[in-house]
Design a protein around this ligand. Structure first.
Ligand SMILES: *[C@@H]1O[C@H](CO)[C@@H](O)[C@H](O)[C@H]1NC(C)=O
Ligand SMILES: *[C@@H]1O[C@H](CO)[C@@H](O)[C@H](O)[C@H]1NC(C)=O
Ligand SMILES: *[C@@H]1O[C@H](CO)[C@@H](O)[C@H](O)[C@H]1NC(C)=O
Ligand SMILES: *[C@@H]1O[C@H](CO)[C@@H](O)[C@H](O)[C@H]1NC(C)=O
Ligand SMILES: *[C@@H]1O[C@H](CO)[C@@H](O)[C@H](O)[C@H]1NC(C)=O
Length: 451
């Protein structure tokens, strides 16, 4: 059936060291949706396949069942508090899960960090994983693959083995793996809890392929409270889109099309990294790596976004930017005619964001970008990378093997790499990559070639 869907303005550098009678009703809905789509969506949004528009965000997850290989429920892995930006926290969390899986242990639900003060450890407000993501849901979606446990599940809290992770140049991936394998031997495996001491799991060596990370990211579902806030932001964006469209149409032929549902209005999200600290960081990165296509100025982003989005349609453009840029209204100007940029402030949703700490704000922006009909980001940003990873994964779940084509649902683009017609380059994640490093920390490998 018709499925799913429905950016971050991080201050942290992306690469820093993250059916029955129902069937009938559904068919009717699909037919209606298709009709509405044909009537409403201009060719730019002429996607392949069945249109899900009025079914917001139904899960396409958990289709794969990892046979019940049974992670042990009486042996645990404990990890240090997870820190830094949302993306780094997600990667760190996944790495902790995969370590637990390797040891055939349940991961004790870790603490995330609500704030971004990564240098001042005492300011790292711990926030329990289940305040952000659904605990039960995680376990059911990831059942047979990885499991989370609660501290109350531990019977003997003194039966703990402390595993000191090494660090520095000499601590190679091989040594790290050897240490993990030693921990599966009887003398250590007997302990009820293995507690990793030392570093944030984000800094652990990566031993896992991209698809294993993707498998875990799929199990991360926001708690209802946060998901509802993301829904509100998405609805606001679509409302703006509807108003733009009905204005355009009434000025063209006098028709009043106010009755169209805002839910069906597509939007484009751009994760714009142009804040000053990113610019300094990316310039350094360009020098160090001798790659000239990392930093994109506002002008370059405006041009490349304009050149992918056809001029035919008035479209609402959500700009996911750092808070520091919200003060500067110039980011809303200069866009190609027909593109109507909005950000938190203009949408009037800054109040929603303002109620939450950094991590939750970032999680809301992530969700808004994830659900966008078209997403554009920077291939050197971890935030952009994780969004494209999840979008690619969802398309593959729907049976689309390559999303490099033009006529695909939910296309993603990297604006820092030049594509066709002076536009941004199409971007999908290579799910066969052997490590997350290949895709997430600073890379211009975006799978889609210039064709
Ligand atoms: C993990 O532990 C369970 C329960 O003891 C066992 O059935 C399963 O074979 C183990 N899996 C691995 C990969 O060791
Ligand atoms: C808990 O574990 C410790 C250390 O392994 C052991 O000395 C102690 O007897 C255990 N307590 C119980 C109640 O099993
Ligand atoms: C940087 O790249 C340019 C062109 O790709 C090449 O000519 C130059 O030698 C490179 N510089 C270094 C220091 O690698
Ligand atoms: C997509 O993958 C499936 C199974 O891997 C294959 O049968 C199918 O031919 C592929 N389709 C395209 C367009 O490559
Ligand atoms: C994807 O990654 C695999 C493994 O690294 C590689 O062999 C393949 O060529 C990559 N595909 C693309 C389209 O980059």
């Amino acid at each position: 059936m018709d499925l799913l869907f429905s950016c971050k303005s991080s201050r942290l550098f992306g690469s820093h060291p993250k059916l029955g009678s129902l069937t009938c009703k559904c068919l009717v809905l699909v037919v209606v949706a298709l009709f509405v789509r044909i009537a409403w969506l201009p060719s730019f949004f002429g996607f392949v396949g069945i249109e899900p528009k009025n079914v917001e965000f139904i899960q396409t997850r958990y289709l794969s069942t990892d046979s019940d290989s049974g992670i042990r429920k009486d042996k645990f892995l404990e990890v240090p508090q997870i820190v830094w930006g949302l993306n780094n926290q997600k990667i760190a969390f996944a790495r902790a899960c995969l370590t637990a899986r390797l040891l055939n242990r349940t991961l004790l639900m870790p603490s995330l960090s609500a704030s971004l003060f990564y240098k001042e450890v005492d300011l790292l407000q711990p926030i329990s994983f289940d305040k952000v993501f659904q605990f039960q849901r995680f376990n059911s979606l990831c059942s047979g693959f990885v499991q989370l446990g609660r501290y109350s599940d531990v019977l003997n809290r003194t039966n703990v083995f402390e595993l000191q992770k090494g660090s520095g140049r000499k601590w190679t991936a091989e040594r790290d793996m050897d240490q993990l394998m030693e921990s599966t031997e009887d003398s250590i495996d007997g302990y009820e809890v293995i507690r990793v001491v030392g570093k944030n799991p984000f800094l652990w060596h990566d031993h896992w392929p991209v698809k294993d990370y993707a498998r875990i990211f799929e199990c991360l579902v926001l708690v209802d409270e946060i998901a509802k806030e993301a829904d509100k932001v998405v609805s606001k964006i679509r409302e703006v889109g509807r108003d733009i469209r009905s204005n355009a149409e009434s000025s063209q032929n006098g028709a009043d099309s106010k009755d169209s549902s805002a839910q069906q209005i597509p939007y484009v999200a751009v994760h714009m990294r142009i804040e000053i600290d990113w610019m300094i960081h990316c310039k350094k990165l360009e020098q160090r790596s001798n790659i000239s296509q990392i930093c994109s100025s506002k002008e370059e982003i405006v041009e490349r976004v304009g050149n992918i989005v056809g001029p035919k349609t008035p479209t609402v453009l959500y700009l996911a930017v750092a808070d520091s840029l919200l003060k500067d209204s110039s980011i809303l100007s200069g866009w190609k005619e027909g593109l109507h940029p909005v950000e938190k402030k203009k949408l009037g949703v800054d109040g929603i964001y303002g109620m939450y700490p950094y991590l939750i704000q970032s999680a809301i922006d992530y969700e808004v970008c994830l659900r966008a009909d078209v997403f554009l980001g920077n291939s050197f940003s971890t935030f952009s990378n994780l969004i494209v990873l999840e979008r690619t994964q969802r398309m593959m779940r729907m049976g689309v093997n390559s999303s490099c084509g033009v006529d695909i649902r939910w296309p993603s683009y990297a604006y820092n790499i030049l594509g066709e017609s002076n536009g941004a380059r199409r971007w999908m994640t290579n799910m066969s990559d052997s490590s997350l490093r290949a895709i997430s920390y600073g890379s211009n490998a975006i799978s889609c070639s210039e064709s």
